[in-house]
Ligand binder design. Sequence first.
Ligand SMILES: C[S@@+](CC[C@H](N)C(=O)[O-])C[C@H]1O[C@@H](n2cnc3c(N)ncnc32)[C@H](O)[C@@H]1O
Length: 256
Amino acid sequence: MEEVKKFYDIYNYPNLKLYTYRQKRNHKKLILKILSYINFSPKDLKNKDVLDFGCGTGDKSIFFAEYFANVTSIDFSKGQLSVLNKKIKENNIKNITVYQKDLIKDDLCFLKKYDIIFCIGVLHHTENPYLGFEKLTKLLKPNGIILIALYHRYSRIRFRIIRFFLKNLISKDFNKLYKWFFSSKKTFFLRKNVSKNTLYDRYIVPYESYHSLKEVKKWFFKNNIFFLKCSENVKGFEFFKIFEKKTLFFVSGIKK
Ligand SMILES: C[S@@+](CC[C@H](N)C(=O)[O-])C[C@H]1O[C@@H](n2cnc3c(N)ncnc32)[C@H](O)[C@@H]1O
């Protein structure tokens, strides 16, 4: 997915600004929620071998490292990783190793095996999410845990309709689309409480696919991953996710 790589090279994500107490508190709250999907608290991360695949600018990797995990952070975007490397240098972090690799195209045999693998918001931007998942499961230690987050099949309907019109009426080129989107005051889109990052993630990222819990459970079964937990927004009858505000769903499993 060259287009996706080029996109993230320029438009870094999530690239959080964690300066104020409030920003740090909200970020911690988000990670605690994510860790709850693997039944972990931050202190359980100590000395664990953690892989953050598709780490982006690595804000989550840094949190895991602060709680003394040995973190490997991988992304295929040089732009994303240069932001992470800068943060690592500025904060003198010693327990993060960074690699630039493509989950789908590259051989990952050089990597060690991991206690925990996070792959959050990544697989649905690849050309073959199942292959990506399968490759990740090969990197788990016995009893290792994997947590993935994907866009739900019935989510983002409104964004998908708007994307369709934007791409067909404005431009398919994400740079042109970005310029159009943010150049004049598109007040309909630029509503309060929605950050610029969120907006380009919703409407401008070149490619995304959509999945269901049922499908993910099949992936787990095929790869001897025992289902552990999923996020609240995906439980029950999946078609009702059409009314859900949250667009990502999380599923964790343990290698048997
Ligand atoms: C939405 S961002 C998620 C970043 C991070 N996981 C997070 O939760 O904040 C998706 C990331 O996946 C990366 N990515 C997409 N396809 C990839 C691939 N085939 N191999 C490696 N990284 C990939 C992108 O470069 C981008 O940094």
